[in-house]
Design a protein around this ligand. Structure first.
Ligand code: MG
Length: 159
């Protein structure tokens, strides 16, 4: 039997006026963006944590400390590529990735396929193995009040 690993990741960033908004590796036109040490790509951070979680290697903050100047403003795609290298170094392959973005506004639907293609390219996966979904929270909670964005992700690894 194959060695199969499942991993879950969850990330939240607060939104503030006038910051760039980058989700799933895609820059999105909006009046608000994520407050972060890196570029604030909340979807990529959740995916990184899912990959690391599958291998019980801790979390993205352990690998890339937000106290380090090296990672200030960093493109999160670089972090994801590095995490994928760690997965490969451990001898695992990624079967599939799924994530759900909870954000009230703007509508993410028009960006979903670009996010999938972007993430698939970074992770060196067929796009069919990368799922990105978006939901509002019906104006409930911090996402609904447009104070922040949250993303859940799950991944399956095998070797
Ligand atoms: Mg984060």
């Amino acid at each position: 039997m194959k060695d199969i690993r499942i991993g879950h990741g969850y990330d939240v960033h607060a939104l503030a006026e006038g910051l760039p908004l980058v989700i799933g590796g895609v820059k999105i036109d909006h009046t608000k963006g994520c407050i972060a040490h890196s570029d604030g790509d909340v979807a990529i951070h959740a995916i990184c944590d899912a990959l690391l979680g599958a291998l019980a290697l801790g979390d993205i903050g352990k690998l890339f400390p937000d106290t380090s100047a090296e990672f200030k403003g960093i493109d999160s795609k670089i972090l994801l590529r590095r995490v994928c290298e760690v997965v490969a170094e451990k001898g695992y392959e990624i079967s599939n990735v799924d994530c759900t973005i909870a954000m009230q506004r703007p509508k993410l639907r028009p960006h979903i396929d670009t996010m999938r293609a972007t993430l698939a390219a970074v992770m060196n996966l067929d796009v069919e193995r990368v799922s990105v979904k978006a939901t509002t929270t019906e104006h409930l909670g911090f996402e609904g009040r447009e104070e922040g964005v949250s993303v859940h992700s799950v991944v399956l690894l095998y070797k």
